[in-house]
Design a protein. Structure first.
Lengths: 117, 413
């Protein structure tokens, strides 16, 4: 079981969700984060105050998947999030020591396999 | 002869109508997504800038100088001979009459922006606002108010059903067709980001509308008082009926529906305000709610991204109000003319003529203006800019900046 973390542009978050859905990846958490990854600073001006926005809004996907789903998940993230410009984001894959589904106490692969509600 | 009481009221009424434009900005800003808040509001601010200047330079003259039945002359260009002397047919200074009418032009230009928010380039909108205020608004205002052919042949329009409401509504449809739908329209839900702005904007619009309709009698006389009171009654009954329609359709009364109902009621009574009895005004609110409600439910199912439903709220409700006069005008209240139900069927024909011609002119001219503009400049932002949001891309500001990660830049100038 792996945790795939994808950090993407907020305006591409919906495209990523669609791509994940097509790849049949169902269990997803996402949060709004701010970060910096080498993209050009955005300049904003409020009256006399000019600022460089050093942090950009990003959306962070966290997706725990069984090993066969790792590659499809990465592919879906890339497909949905890529624009080709600096700032498209990163994907991190980390091993998970343990996963527990709270409702049933199932663990690991079983816990990340979606069930029909 | 100048009447000081009339002049005092018209000074206040002018200020009331001017408030309607930022109120509309708030209303519109609440209806769009967060990333387009400022750009949407700024289109209304653009109208305050561009339409006012264009009005003073030439628009007022084309609307209110005698000229021909189709368009006014140029004798009042640059506000020549617009002075403290009373405007013909009124008891207020010509200068004040001009200022009052200017506020109508401004808010009408701002209304049209509702069709193209979230994707039209700000620069292109500035050009459009200048051209539209002169080529569409001033011409329709001449037809209805400035001694043009509709007014001459007897069409009744108290406060702007022709130039303001049908003019903006049908122009909005043309603008939406030429500029095109937003990238994600029809594929994703594009929801209002702040319903409280929408309600507050609608409330402030209603407040301003007392000046809009109440001032359109240019006096504190009976017509003004009747119009003022009808501006209270008609939106109230539109609200009640809208609540009922919401209940029947979804089982719940919606807030954004209520804000829309206020606008529809105010629009409906606009042409009829000084011509129908208070009881008829309440009936008009109820009647006008139905077609506008139907168009608002139907339009998003089409491919036409007339984003903020200017056609439904203004074009259709204004059209309903104009026709309503043909049935319910009552000489015992207005001292001018009767409608069909009070013995003069011809009035309905005169109202119908306005309904057939003004929307056609507004639609066609707006279509042509934007098509010609598109030959020399892009009308809309790129797909990427649309995705990032018009606030950052067009204005370099955010509506809800937190300041996190913002680094002060020393002046490099």
């Amino acid at each position: 079981v792996k945790l795939v973390i994808g950090i993407v542009r907020p305006e591409k978050a919906n495209d990523v969700l669609e791509a994940l859905y097509r790849a049949e990846v169902r269990g997803v958490s996402l949060s709004r984060v701010q970060g910096h990854g080498g993209e050009l600073d955005r300049v904003e001006t409020y009256r006399g105050t000019t600022v460089k926005m050093g942090l950009s809004d990003k959306v962070r996907f966290e997706i725990a998947v069984s090993d066969p789903f790792v590659e499809p998940t990465i592919a879906a993230l890339c497909e949905g999030a890529r624009t080709g410009e600096v700032g498209d984001g990163k994907i991190f894959v980390v091993p998970l020591e343990r996963v527990v589904r709270i409702r049933t106490a199932e663990t690991d692969d079983l816990a990340v396999t979606p069930v029909r509600a | 002869v100048i009447d000081t009481g009339d002049t005092a009221w018209m000074l206040a009424a002018t200020a009331l109508v001017l408030l309607m434009t930022p109120a509309l900005g708030l209303f519109y800003a609440g209806l769009v997504r967060e990333r387009n808040t400022l750009n949407t509001f700024m289109m209304c601010v653009a109208a305050l800038a561009v339409a006012t200047v264009a009005w003073a330079l030439i628009g007022y003259s084309l609307a209110f100088d005698e000229g021909t039945p189709i368009v006014g002359g140029l004798d009042h260009a640059l506000l020549r001979d617009v002075t403290f002397e009373p405007r013909e047919g009124t008891t207020i200074p010509h200068l004040l009459f001009m200022a009052f009418q200017a506020t109508f032009c401004i808010v009408t230009v701002a209304l049209v922006s509702g069709a193209v928010v979230e994707r039209m380039r700000f620069g292109a909108f500035l050009v459009f606002a200048a051209l539209w205020s002169v080529l569409v608004y001033a011409v329709l205002a001449h037809w209805a108010f400035g001694g043009g052919w509709l007014q001459e042949q007897g069409t009744l329009d108290f406060a702007g059903g022709v130039p303001v409401e049908m003019g903006s509504g049908f122009s909005a449809l043309a603008a939406a067709l030429v500029v095109g739908a937003r990238k994600e329209y029809g594929r994703r839900a594009l929801l209002p980001h702040n319903s409280v702005y929408v309600l507050l904007g609608a409330g402030l619009l209603w407040f301003g509308w007392f000046g809009f309709n109440g001032g359109s009698g240019f006096s504190t006389g009976n017509a003004g008082v009747l119009a003022f009171t009808n501006t209270l009654l008609c939106p109230a009954s539109a609200l009640v009926v809208w609540f009922a329609l919401d209940l029947v359709r979804g089982g719940r009364v919606t807030a954004i529906g209520a804000a829309t109902a206020i606008i529809v009621g105010c629009v409906g009574i606009t042409p009829a305000a000084g011509f129908v009895s208070p009881a008829s005004a309440m009936l008009l609110g109820a009647v006008a709610a139905v077609p506008s409600y139907a168009v608002i439910v139907w339009r998003p199912r089409t491919r036409v991204d007339e984003t903020l439903d200017v056609l439904a709220a203004h074009g259709i409700a204004g059209l309903t109000g104009i026709l309503f006069i043909g049935f319910f005008a009552q000489q015992s209240w207005n001292g001018v003319a009767d409608g069909l139900l009070f013995g003069d069927a011809a009035q309905l024909g005169e109202q119908a003529l306005a309904v057939l011609t003004a929307p056609a002119y507004a639609f066609a001219m707006t279509f042509v203006i934007l098509r010609l503009m598109a030959l020399v400049m892009p009308l809309r932002a790129s797909e990427r800019d649309e995705a990032v949001g018009m606030d950052i891309v067009q204005h370099g500001e955010e509506a809800y900046a937190t300041g996190e990660g913002a680094i002060l830049v020393a002046d490099t100038a």
